[in-house]
Design a protein around this ligand. Structure first.
Ligand code: CTP
Ligand code: MN
Ligand code: MN
Length: 516
């Protein structure tokens, strides 16, 4: 009796499954040993799954019948990334730390090629790999956390990877407008809530198609969910539509597009009955600041945004001027361009010198300004002296002010210096061969360069959440100047951004993944 094969004593159902697994296909040779595939039956159907499994095995792929911790690639058809993740979450199984979730199109291409093809974004249902994340949660490095778990989406932008490939534009555009409207009305709480909602959606590796997809996503309040639902159903949000037609919103949007005009001035002009820039410019009784005057003077150039090629040309100008006085200085483009953006409202630079004395450091920006003035390139400048103190604790505020010496400028960029522009004068006035560009320069002590770089790379939401994370999850204080451990009562030094992330117990996030 004991010698009877197991299969005979199994119940009918189990037997047929076992047969499907081990009897129905001949033992094909496995050619590609570092791949272990699993094909998801959900929405694909059992017969198509069986066909694809057989085909893949014949081509030398290792395909498993059941999900196990050895699987490296899951292939699905007609499933979104979130659906596969949801399905995985209910499978009580430890899975590989580098699991790829792929669309069937990848497998089809492999079958055609007869070997594994390179995985690209278009194949990936989820663009990050599902991997262990010991730093997630409040207990870093804890031995109790499961070593391999599905990565939950963090409420902190500094624990999410946000590239510029936003596949939820129709939702985030709407949420950004709602946030901006609340900003204009100075409702800080609602503004932050909508900004966080927009930010988390920008990090998703899949497009939201139904409300089911929003399950488990943090930072989505009831209001944000209502907006998402309406857009899914009607293609637009009635509230956003109303805001875009609202006179106050339109006026604030227009007024704040002028360099030097913030909420207070906009409020004043709106109350005074102004609705157009022309009326403001021709009103002789209005007192404009030096900044606002420059803002109006160069309005068309400044509102047209800076292209990457223009930013690169500005970079040459900055290096030339800085190196004329401090040859060992490091000049780094920060802000949006460092995050890979193709357009910006300005160009930001961080300058630091390993060899300069404090005095040389302090003298550099004034010398640079003077250098451009003599060359006729300086259209506007505002030098802000340093209020930096070495022993001062980092600020508690998430939108803390920067204490380094800095300069807000408008420079004249001759277009013949811009690569790819040549002699074309698109959007330029007849005979005008230059463009006014907003430039921000920050000068920092060499030993603080990592903090300054991290702080000036942004995005603003990413920075806010870094500080919030440091405060609430690590009992540390972070700003553009330093990191302080409140428990140990010491400043934590860092030579690079990587070291700051490590101090905070965070996985390193590259600049182009900080577009939160
Ligand atoms: N920043 C700062 N302190 C300021 C101004 C800016 O720390 N007083 C930081 C912000 O964190 C911001 C970065 O510097 O992310 C760049 O600022 P800004 O040029 O305003 O934003 P960008 O992200 O570069 O956006 P854009 O491309 O529109 O310029
Ligand atoms: Mn910028
Ligand atoms: Mn800037």
């Amino acid at each position: 009796m004991d010698a009877l094969p197991v299969v005979h004593s199994s119940p009918r159902k189990k037997r047929s499954r076992l047969m499907g697994a081990s009897v129905a296909y001949p033992p094909y040779d496995i050619k590609f040993h570092n791949l272990v595939l699993f094909i998801l039956e959900k929405k694909m159907g059992s017969s198509r799954r069986a066909f694809l499994m057989e085909l893949a095995r014949r081509k030398g792929f290792r395909v498993e019948d059941e999900l196990s911790d050895s699987i490296t690639h899951i292939v699905a058809e007609n499933n979104t990334g979130s659906e596969v993740l949801e399905w995985l979450q209910v499978q009580d199984i430890k899975i590989s730390s580098q699991l790829e979730l792929l669309d069937v199109s990848w497998l089809v291409e492999c079958m055609r090629a007869g070997n594994p093809v390179v995985i690209t974004g278009k194949h990936q249902l989820v663009s990050y790999t599902v991997k262990s994340d010991a730093s997630f949660g409040s207990n870093p490095g804890s031995q109790n956390t499961p070593p391999l778990a599905i990565k939950k989406i963090s409420q902190y932008a500094c624990q999410r990877r946000t590239s510029l490939n936003n596949c939820n534009h129709i939702f985030t555009d709407a949420l950004d407008i709602l946030a901006e409207n609340h900003e204009f009305r100075e409702n800080e709480v609602s503004c932050v809530a909508f900004m966080r909602a927009a930010s988390v959606l920008k990090s998703l590796p899949f497009t939201i198609i139904s409300m089911k997809d929003t399950k488990g996503i943090p930072c989505l309040g009831d209001k944000a969910k209502c907006v998402i639902e309406e857009i899914i159903e009607d293609g637009e949000s009635s509230e956003v539509k109303a805001i875009l037609n609202d006179e106050r919103y339109q006026s604030f949007k227009l007024f704040t597009s002028v360099f030097g005009v913030g909420l207070k001035t906009s409020e004043k002009w709106f109350r005074m009955g102004f609705r157009t820039l022309n009326k403001i410019m021709s009103d002789k009784t209005l007192k404009l600041t030096r900044m606002q005057k420059a803002g109006f003077l160069y309005y068309e150039d400044l509102v047209s945004c800076v292209a990457k090629a223009e930013a690169d040309a500005v970079s040459v100008l900055v290096q030339e001027a800085v190196w004329a006085f401090l040859p060992d200085a490091m000049v780094t483009m920060t802000g949006g361009f460092r995050r890979g953006k193709k357009l910006g409202h300005d160009v930001d630079f961080l300058i630091t010198s390993p060899g300069a004395t404090e005095e040389e450091e302090q003298q550099l920006l004034p010398k640079v300004i003077n250098f451009w003035e003599r060359k006729g390139l300086l259209l506007y400048h505002d030098l802000v002296e340093s209020t930096f103190e070495k022993l001062k604790l980092p600020s508690r505020k998430v939108d803390a002010l920067d204490h380094f010496q800095k300069c807000f400028l408008i420079l004249k960029l001759h277009l013949q210096h811009v690569n790819g522009v040549g002699n074309s004068k698109t959007g330029q006035q007849e005979g005008k061969n230059w463009k006014a560009i907003r430039v921000d320069l920050v000068m920092c002590p060499y030993e603080r360069r990592a903090f300054a770089l991290l702080g000036w790379t942004g995005s603003r939401q990413f920075e806010r959440d870094l500080r919030r994370f440091a405060t609430h999850e690590r009992k540390m204080m972070l700003d553009n100047h330093a990191l302080y451990d409140k428990t140990k009562r010491i400043f934590l030094k860092a030579e690079s951004e990587e070291e700051i992330f490590a101090h905070l117990g965070l996985d390193y996030i590259d600049p182009w993944e900080r577009n939160a």
